[in-house]
Design a binder for this molecule. Structure first.
Ligand code: ATP
Length: 700
């Protein structure tokens, strides 16, 4: 087998393998004109769709620098190989129809005017050869049906064609258009049991092959479609419906001498990959491969300029000999390949084969001279032409190699540069990470510091507040104490004053007889001795307990029919003034919140003497602790007006007065909280004095 024209071995291979080196040395100096050379084989790459949707990576792509002609095969992450062909088509981007129009239509037109063309589908099994040749499952017409339609129809249709269909299976030729029973031309049925006629090769053709002739493309197409199904297919690991035979459709245009040969080859596969087991199956696969291998050798031999081209190695190459040798014949080799990375090796083999086929050149006049017997000089010309083509190919490969080396160097440089960049970025990243960590730590430290300082500040503020509160409380306490002292002094003063009044009163009683004091004493006595008075005090005290000290609601005081309002927070001085104020008898209306009322009334001391009524109307707000009142001995006051028991009466009175002061003292203390006590106190004090004077006057 010929070595693959990989970039690394191509040039070497060409030098070693070229057998004309000797001849080249003897070769006449005349270099053939390149214009006279002809490339009889045109090579097109047809890349099928992905087999499954799960394999999105394609190893095949176009070289972006070289039109649509160079197919690049990615061999690994960085490596690739380029194959320059006559055209490349990806079935994902180009339908069979447009593929046909781009690459096949022109050839078919040539056939209509007498040219000969052979279209060969070559490639590994499952690469899409039959799909392109006959069409897919979606009723998409393949090359066969389109060619037939173009030859018979359209502009300049030839009007009449002869079509024969044969298959080469197991190195035997079978006529697909005939059956054992019906065809008189049949030579027997093949082993497969189907009634296909086996043919012999005579010359370069299948002898007695059945043909159908006609003018209607539709009818002929139907017949071909039928026989297409008669091809031997088998399920292999590579293809569910793998063609086991090479199918050849020969379309002759007798009127102009044109001929179109369409060849759908069986898949080129190795036996293991095909999954064939058993001796016979392996032999079968080997025989199928025989056709592929023979065709490869033929191509290589022609390309290498071998004196002997092994056409007779296989039935397939025997039938195709004319295609290679006929001066008018052109070959369109369609290389089918899969983009699947798993198929890379097969794809490379296929493309290498195509690249080799592309090297085949033919001198413009060589074959005609050869046919006539040829002389040495003509042979030399042929060889010269071939050598020139090979040289051209070699220099092309060398320049490709140089280009690739350059690209590789560039890529290596770029890779180095990128690696350096990556290293720099990595170190930068590390530094940044370190910085970020430091920054984080610094931030955390700052936050901690700030938290601590705020905490300290807060504690300081709290301490300050606590101190201020304590100071305030202390201040208030002191103020209260001062006030209490002040009040005690006032009380003391008032008590003394009352005692004086009492003394004066007693003196006056002693001087004025019992009748003088009887009215006032009686009233006091009735008030203090009466159980009701005690009850009233209790009730009133209860009421005043509920009474809000700060309640600004004035106490209604009715005095001789006149209504006046006073603040409820009475003071002791006001109480006293009330006590000493003259008041019409039985003409007192108590305000709603009056707690304790004591009336001192002095009845007529003398005839025509003015009645003096001393009224004490006080409103007490008693707060806890409840004042401890003393009631012992108060019952004796019933005899307030008795002159016999002065001592007892004095002590009882003193007790009562103490009770009044206890109550009034509490009231005074509380009323100071209301804030307006100072003014009220002053006003009451003012009232006390004239009243006292009255009492004094009265006492006198
Ligand atoms: N371009 C494509 N688009 C969609 N499906 C395709 C394409 N090419 C091939 N196939 C599908 O892949 C499978 C194999 O294709 P096909 O039979 O044409 O391969 P092959 O090269 O002729 O194989 P073998 O040599 O074994 O006969 C078929 O089911 C076919 O429909």
């Amino acid at each position: 087998m010929a070595p693959t024209p990989s970039p690394s071995t191509r040039s070497q291979f060409t030098i070693i393998k070229t057998p004309q080196t000797k001849q080249r040395l003897n070769f006449n100096s005349k270099t053939p004109n390149p214009d006279q050379t002809d490339h009889p084989i045109e090579v097109i790459g047809r890349i099928r769709n992905h087999t499954t949707e799960k394999s999105p990576n394609s190893i095949l792509q176009l070289n972006p620098d070289n039109n649509d002609q160079t197919l690049r095969v990615r061999t690994d992450a960085t490596g690739y190989r380029d194959f320059t062909l006559d055209g490349v088509s990806f079935s994902e981007e180009e339908s069979v129809e447009s593929f046909y129009k781009r690459f096949v239509e022109e050839r078919v037109k040539g056939v209509k005017v007498g040219d000969k063309c052979t279209v060969v589908m070559y490639g590994p099994t499952g690469a899409g050869k039959s799909h392109t040749m006959f069409g897919g499952k979606k009723k998409e017409c393949g090359i066969v049906y389109r060619s037939l339609r173009d030859v018979l129809g359209g502009d300049g249709g030839v009007g009449f064609v002869q079509v024969s269909v044969v298959e080469v299976y197991n190195e035997e030729i079978y006529d697909l258009l005939s059956t054992c029973g019906s065809s008189s031309l049949g030579f027997g049925c093949h082993k497969g049991g189907s009634n296909k006629a086996r043919l012999e090769v005579m010359g370069k053709k299948a002898k007695n092959a059945t043909f159908i002739s006609g003018t209607e493309a539709g009818k002929i197409s139907k017949e071909i479609a039928k026989v297409e199904k008669r091809r031997i297919v088998k399920s292999t690991l590579c293809n569910e419906r793998s063609s086991r035979s090479h199918c050849i459709i020969i379309l002759d245009v007798p009127t102009v001498g044109g001929r179109l040969i369409l060849v759908d080859m069986a898949g080129s596969e190795n036996i293991d990959q095909a999954g064939q087991t058993g001796f016979e199956a392996k032999m079968q696969t080997a025989k199928i491969n025989q056709g592929n291998i023979a065709l490869k050798r033929v191509v290589e031999s022609i390309a290498n300029g071998d004196s002997h081209v092994p056409f007779r190695d296989s039935k397939l190459t025997m039938l195709l000999q004319d295609s290679f040798e006929d001066d008018k014949s052109k070959i369109l080799m369609i290389l089918c390949a899969s983009p699947d990375p798993k198929e890379m090796h097969k794809t490379l083999c296929t493309l290498e084969y195509g690249a080799k086929a592309k090297c085949i050149v033919r001198g413009s006049h060589t074959l005609s001279k050869d046919k006539n017997g040829g002389d040495e000089s003509s042979s030399a010309v042929i060889l010269g032409t071939r050598i020139a083509a090979m040289d051209e190919f070699i220099s092309k490969l060398q320049s490709e190699k140089k280009q690739q080396e350059k690209e590789r160097n560039d890529a290596t440089k770029q890779l180095k540069k990128k690696e350096e960049e990556v290293a720099a970025l990595r170190s930068l990243l590390l530094r940044k990470e370190a910085c970020a960590t430091n920054e984080e730590e610094a931030i955390e430290e700052k936050v901690n510091e700030k938290t601590q300082s705020l905490k300290a500040e807060l504690e300081k503020k709290l301490e300050e507040c606590r101190r201020m509160a304590e100071e305030f409380v202390e201040m208030e306490r002191r103020r209260m104490e001062e006030r209490m002292v002040q009040q005690q002094e006032e009380v003391e003063m008032m008590r003394r004053r009352l005692e004086e009044i009492e003394v004066e009163f007693r003196r006056s009683r002693g001087g004025g007889g019992n009748d003088e004091t009887s009215g006032f004493a009686k009233r006091l006595g009735s008030l203090y001795s009466d159980d009701d008075m005690v009850k009233s005090m209790d009730l009133d005290m209860g009421k005043s307990m509920d009474f809000d000290m700060g309640d600004p609601e004035p106490v209604k005081q009715v005095w001789g029919g006149a209504v006046s309002y006073q603040p409820s927070s009475n003071t002791i001085s006001r109480d006293l003034s009330n006590v000493l104020q003259p008041k019409p008898q039985e003409n007192i209306m108590y305000a709603d919140r009056v707690c304790l009322s004591t009336v001192f009334e002095e009845e007529e001391v003398e005839e025509d003497e003015e009645k003096v009524i001393v009224e004490d109307k006080s409103i007490c707000s008693i707060t806890t602790p409840k004042p401890s009142l003393k009631f012992e001995g108060l019952g004796k006051e019933n005899c307030f007006n008795s002159t016999t028991n002065d001592k007892e009466s004095a002590s009882s009175r003193k007790l009562r007065i103490e009770n009044i002061f206890t109550l009034c003292g509490n009231q005074r203390e509380l009323s100071q909280h209301t804030g307006n006590d100072e003014k009220v106190l002053q006003a009451k004090n003012d009232q006390v004095l004239p009243t006292t004077n009255k009492a004094e006057a009265l006492a006198v």
